[in-house]
Design a protein around this ligand. Structure first.
Ligand code: NAD
Length: 256
């Protein structure tokens, strides 16, 4: 029997088959979880629906996390279909392309608001609704971060600030929801080629440096991040909450 047999998991952030969210959805499914998938908007449906259906996902719904009514509709559908939820995966981030190059000092108020809203506040908005459905003795909420939250990576800029906020949200949400047995964690992943990563100026250089300087002397795969997700969503991590687990080939420990 799989580590997640009988669990019900809602995964947000699948854009295509390179998405970290997709690798996580597959890995959770392989361990026995039932999967529901949500994607950002109608333009992605053609790509996402066949992927979701290949996992037998009963629910495949759009949800722009900057829209409260869309989040409400998503959770109403989950409640109607499943009645409860065990796992929520938040693998969502967004910043304007012009804010992912150059200098943070040039970030506009609107660019900052947008990046922080979609990439950090959305975890709070989703966690609040998810917690109401995590009624089977608790649950697990997981998000995705990057080391740019605590160190400077040229061009990562406003997304570094958003990831710092996201990691702080993880700690406060873990405190708030801990009494209900709900665990909240983040995975800080090494750089992986995805649609979002392509928007960061100099990303190829980031990959190169990571492979050169991490203790394992290589990059990481979305599948490796997904296996860490399985651990954090399973009872193997029953005492782990409010934390950031690195799946980055050890890069964050290197002093060179
Ligand atoms: P991706 O582009 O495949 O996924 C990002 C997802 O965010 C997409 O599905 C996109 O549609 C969604 N999204 C953006 N705005 C949204 C909105 N308003 N409402 C709903 N969804 C929205 O890229 P990815 O690299 O798989 O990113 C997933 C997560 O992993 C992000 O939080 C990213 O910051 C994080 N991460 C990525 C890397 C990397 O190198 N790729 C490293 C560490 C952390």
């Amino acid at each position: 029997m799989g580590l997640l047999a009988g669990r019900r998991a809602l995964v947000l952030g699948v854009a295509n088959d390179h998405s970290i969210a997709w690798a996580i959805a597959k890995a959770l499914h392989e361990e026995g979880a039932e999967i529901a998938i949500s994607y950002a908007g109608p333009a992605l449906e053609r790509r996402v629906r066949p992927l979701a259906e290949s996992l037998g996902a009963g629910l495949v719904l759009p949800c722009d996390v900057s829209q409260e009514d869309e989040i409400d509709r998503l959770f109403a559908a989950v409640r109607e279909c499943w009645g409860r939820l065990d796992i929520l995966v938040h693998a969502i981030a967004f910043a304007r392309r012009e804010d992912l190059k150059g200098r943070l000092v040039d970030t506009s108020r609107e660019g900052f608001r947008l990046a922080l809203d979609v990439s950090a506040y959305s975890l709070i908005a989703l966690a609040r609704r998810a917690a109401l459905l995590m009624t089977a003795g608790g649950g697990s909420i997981l998000t995705l971060s990057f080391l740019g939250s605590e160190r400077v990576f040229p061009n990562y800029n406003v997304m570094g600030v958003a990831k710092a906020a996201l990691e702080a949200c993880v700690r406060y949400l873990a405190w708030d929801l801990g009494t209900a047995g709900i665990r909240v964690n983040a995975i800080s992943a090494g750089p992986i080629r995805t649609l979002s990563a392509a928007g960061i100026a100099g990303f190829r250089e980031m990959l190169h440096r990571h492979a050169e300087r991490s203790p394992l002397r290589r990059n990481v795969s979305a599948e490796e991040v997904a296996r860490t997700a399985v651990y954090l969503c399973s009872d193997l991590a029953s005492a782990v909450t409010g934390t950031v687990v690195f799946a980055d080939a050890g890069y964050h420990t290197a002093g060179v």
